[in-house]
Design a protein around this ligand. Structure first.
Ligand SMILES: [Zn+2]
Length: 102
């Protein structure tokens, strides 16, 4: 996965296209991400025991193809490539400005 938790991403598809948000969760097995404040859906919770019925708002996960990482250096929504550094660690590199994205 080229998107990680706490990355700032731009939504490129769907009704929230153009919005930006921080990745709250990545679901590797499904190649999906949950972005804070994006793709909100209302869930109606039934009353259970002492708890009253309520409506909660929750972010829906979206396919990773629908988001693009925003580079921390050039601030552009970009594509990244993954490079192996000299010490063997893997780093994401912005294709626009060639900087390593933490
Ligand atoms: Zn960049």
């Amino acid at each position: 996965m080229r998107i990680k938790k706490n990355d700032l991403v731009l939504i490129t598809k769907g009704k929230d296209r153009g919005k930006q948000g921080t990745v709250q969760q990545t679901i590797n097995s499904k190649r999906k991400v949950v972005v804070e404040g994006v793709g909100m859906v209302k869930r109606h919770m039934k009353a259970q025991g002492m708890r009253a019925a309520e409506i909660i708002e929750k972010e829906m996960s979206m396919p990773i193809e629908n988001v693009r990482l925003i580079c921390t250096h050039c601030q552009a929504a970009t594509r990244v490539r993954v490079e192996t550094l000299g010490d063997g660690s893997r780093a994401r590199v912005c294709k626009k400005c060639q900087e390593v994205i933490e």
